[in-house]
Write a protein that binds this ligand. Structure first.
Ligand SMILES: CC(C)(COP(=O)(O)OP(=O)(O)OC[C@H]1O[C@@H](n2cnc3c(N)ncnc32)[C@H](O)[C@@H]1OP(=O)(O)O)[C@@H](O)C(=O)NCCC(=O)NCCS
Length: 183
């Protein structure tokens, strides 16, 4: 196991068949407000952010290690996050804690077209190349069917379910890609 440290950040932009994964920039701010203010997007992740909080977003939101803006034809359509979290005991797969957690949020008009799967696959491929052998974890409400289907499609397998925030949570782990010989 290595310690995941994104230094330097961001990496070079990652291109997929239809998308670009890149760092956030000032012109994304309006899309961040739309994403965080959407009741549909927030349905299983704590609800939409109130207008005054959205107004207080920084000039360049999401500018932190592990956060990829997903860009379609020059415009942000969602976010993929691979961030180290200090998870609670129920969420741990390694004793020292600090697993990297996959998160994803897409604007509803871009659901149902495989964009989230395409972006997450690219981000995980990049992660495996930079941190071979590191597992990635994921937590989602079991009621969030779209998220659960995506997690399963990405290769996450259930570790356990538990109750938190009054809802059943699904906690899964994606087995680490094995390190190539000599690394
Ligand atoms: C979770 C979320 C990212 C899933 O989005 P999604 O678009 O359903 O996910 P995918 O990219 O896997 O797309 C799958 C759908 O695209 C379809 N699709 C179309 N073209 C496709 C292609 N080229 N490749 C793959 N799937 C394709 C699939 O058939 C599937 O359709 P279905 O939902 O009608 O069965 C989205 O619902 C979301 O942002 N939710 C709000 C935030 C959230 O709850 N995040 C979870 C936090 S833990």
């Amino acid at each position: 196991m290595v310690n995941v440290s994104y230094d330097p950040w961001p990496p070079a932009p990652i291109s997929t068949e239809r998308l670009l994964l890149r760092a956030s920039r000032p012109s994304d701010r309006e899309r961040f407000q739309k994403l965080f203010g959407s009741a549909e997007v927030g349905a299983y992740v704590g609800g939409p952010q109130p207008a005054d909080e959205l107004e207080r977003l920084p000039e360049v939101p999401g500018q932190r290690p592990g956060v990829f803006v997903v860009d379609l034809d020059g415009v942000m359509i969602g976010l993929v996050m691979l961030e180290r979290r200090n998870l609670g005991p129920a969420d741990r797969v390694r004793p020292e804690n600090g697993e990297v957690d996959l998160g994803y949020l897409f604007l509803p008009e871009f659901w149902g077209m495989g964009f989230a799967a395409e972006a997450c696959t690219a981000a995980l491929t990049w992660f495996d190349e930079v941190f071979p052998g590191e597992p990635v974890v994921l937590c989602t409400q079991t009621a969030n069917q779209r998220s659960l289907s995506l997690a399963t499609r990405l290769g996450f397998v259930e570790v356990q379910r538990y109750q938190k925030f009054g809802s059943e949570q699904w906690f899964g782990v994606r087995a680490a890609a094995s390190a190539p010989p000599g690394r």
